[in-house]
Design a protein around this ligand. Structure first.
Ligand SMILES: *Cc1c(COP(=O)(O)O)cnc(C)c1O
Length: 357
């Protein structure tokens, strides 16, 4: 069976080495030695000055919405994973969708201003598939209208824009370390923020708001990650170079051998060092996609329809029509991409797509 992705598992003795440290410390959570070490290693690896690692990539979105959304209208993308919109609604804010750019697939920055109202408090945009949004334009709009910017950077591990980590942009960024993501801790995530005051609030928020054992800074939640998950992160991180090199080979192979006369790929934004996190292809019609998907499934190959449906169409969002996002969502398929995908497997996937579109 070939799935859209396959979790990278480090050699088990490397994981056990770190797990043994937790045993020796007799300490399993509440920001123990392994969590602190993983944060330090990630700061170095990603060249960021601040990070708080969390129990998943959704809680940071909810914390961001709670602190910066403040119950207002949130300008957001309809083309993302459901967690992006759900975090807005969960925190009693209102999603206001803005359609996406047809090639970059990120929120269309030229349409944001028309969606701003006196109730708008923030922009929550996704660097979808690790492709950065138009960072300069969004920053300018946010400054002009006094809005907060939160980036769902769940797909962006290691991505840089103009040689700077994408996690460094906006008021805050979030990442996911879920097992299906590029770097993982089985379940996990992170928040990034350069403003010292906001960083403190994010930190308190992920630990119940604790100031001391008996005193609180305000309302918080449990966003802490355990030592066992940090052990996985510490075991995976030294393999990132291999992970990126092997994934690049798969991406280059698809780029070279897929027939792009009718098919379209993702356009990566200029000045971006991308991370090979996903390989989406866009078919001419949904019926061609369904036909190809069926043929692949018959061969036990399971690509995924990331991201379908367009989030403005799901029942709890009440969104206006978003023609570009809805059209892309119905025609886009993410092809298998992981370390260890073999050339014969790739050839089979490519032949099936090339002969059926
Ligand atoms: C995976 C993902 C999330 C959620 O992350 P979890 O770690 O699974 O909670 C949020 N947004 C996007 C765009 C994602 O792909």
């Amino acid at each position: 069976m070939i799935n859209v992705t396959k979790t990278f598992l480090p050699p088990i003795d490397e994981y056990q080495h770190h797990v043994q440290r937790a045993w020796k410390n007799e300490w399993l959570t509440n920001r123990g030695e392994l969590v602190l070490e993983l944060e330090e290693n990630l700061k170095k690896y990603l060249s960021v000055s601040n990070i708080i690692i969390t129990n998943n990539g959704t809680i940071p979105l909810q914390i961001g919405m709670k602190l910066l959304g403040k119950g207002g209208e949130i300008i957001t993308t309809p083309f993302s994973y459901v967690a992006t919109t759900a975090a807005i609604v969960w925190e009693n804010c209102t999603p206001v969708f803005v359609d996406i750019h047809p090639e970059y697939l990120t929120i269309d920055e030229t349409k944001i201003e028309a969606a701003i109202t006196p109730k708008t408090t923030a922009i929550l945009a996704t660097h979808v598939f690790g492709n950065p949004c138009h960072l300069e334009a969004i920053e300018a709009i946010a400054l002009k209208h006094n809005l907060k910017v939160i980036y769902d950077a769940a797909h962006c591990f290691g991505v840089t824009y103009n040689q700077k980590s994408v996690f460094d942009f906006g008021d805050m960024s979030t990442c996911s370390f879920h097992a299906t993501k590029l770097f993982h801790t089985a379940e996990g995530g992170a928040m990034f923020c350069n403003d010292a005051e906001l960083f403190k609030q994010l930190y308190y928020s992920h630990n119940f708001g604790h100031k001391t054992n008996i005193d609180f800074h305000g309302i918080g939640i449990n966003g802490k990650i355990s030592e066992l998950q940090a052990a996985m992160g510490l075991a995976v991180l030294p393999h990132m170079d291999l992970i990126l090199t092997e994934r690049k080979k798969v991406v280059d192979y698809y780029n070279l051998h897929l027939n792009f006369s009718k098919l379209k790929g993702l356009r990566i934004r200029e000045n971006t060092q991308w991370n090979y996190s996903y390989y989406p292809v866009i078919f001419e019609t949904e019926s061609v996609l369904l036909e190809v998907e069926q043929k692949l499934n018959a061969l036990k190959i399971f690509p995924r329809r990331y991201f379908c449906p367009s989030l403005n169409t799901i029942e709890f969002t009440n969104g206006k029509p978003m023609p570009i996002s809805e059209s892309i969502a119905s025609r886009i398929l993410c092809l298998p991409l992981y370390v260890g995908l073999s050339t014969p497997e790739l050839d089979l996937i490519i032949a099936t797509i090339n002969t059926n579109q």
